[in-house]
Design a protein around this ligand. Structure first.
Ligand code: URA
Length: 223
């Protein structure tokens, strides 16, 4: 079988720290590589660092981060159990949208990061993350709250939390999507537990039958 080699996160981060493939590498205060559980079942992908993230080198520490923390709770998740990263690792000046050439240059880091973490689920926040991860031109409005698949990953697009800061009507949709995502996770866990239990029972039955066959064989040989 083909072995896939994964680049360790610290190696990737060191490479990203050297990166000046686009001008954002020159204007950043800090690279915002990503944080969280390196073996996370759920990876959250945002857009790009804002002012506070650029100052601290940590994703989602500003107002959108505060909103995200509350939303994660609705899905019964904590920051420590998920992994959080962005499409762009450096802050676009004035928080403007990422440019196509910046996405092109920066996303090899996200691609490798995703391969290394190998999450089961990817939650994409907003248009930029959704379009990149799902290789689609469809907008977030028609995609949010539904489960998609790309390769071995299950992808659940949700509006970007910052959208609710500017448009409060988006908050109820964000909350509903995070609650539903929590339910999907729970159901997936229960399904896995049922499968494991079924396998265990089948193995027990197989061992029991093998023991009986051995016992019968012994008896037969006695007469
Ligand atoms: N918005 C993002 O998409 N990412 C951050 O890290 C902060 C705000």
């Amino acid at each position: 079988m083909l072995q896939h080699t994964h680049i360790p996160l610290d190696v990737l981060e060191a490479q990203a720290n050297q990166c000046h493939r686009c001008p954002l590498g020159d204007s950043r205060n800090h690279l915002v590589f990503g944080v969280g559980n390196p073996h996370a079942r759920v990876m959250i992908v945002g857009e790009a660092p804002g002012k506070n993230e650029d100052l601290q080198g940590i994703p989602f520490v500003g107002a959108a981060g505060h909103t995200l923390d509350g939303l994660l709770e609705l899905a019964d998740l904590t920051r420590d159990e998920v992994y959080i990263a962005n499409v762009l690792k450096c802050r676009p000046p004035g928080n403007r949208d990422p440019r196509p050439e910046e996405i092109e240059e920066c996303t090899p880091f996200l691609r490798e990061q995703t391969r290394t973490i190998n999450p089961e689920f990817i939650v994409t926040l907003g248009n930029f993350a959704t379009k990149f991860i799902l290789k689609t031109d469809r907008g977030i409005t028609s995609m949010h709250g539904k489960l998609f698949r790309t390769g071995r990953f299950k992808v659940f697009p949700i509006f970007h939390p910052a959208a609710a800061i500017y448009d409060r009507t988006k908050m109820s949709s964000l909350e509903e999507d995070f609650r539903n995502f929590g339910r999907i996770l729970k159901e997936d866990t229960q399904e896995k537990q049922r499968e494991a239990e079924k396998k265990r029972a089948e193995e027990e039955k197989r061992q029991h039958e093998a023991a009986e066959a051995r016992a019968n064989g012994t008896q037969n040989s006695l007469f």
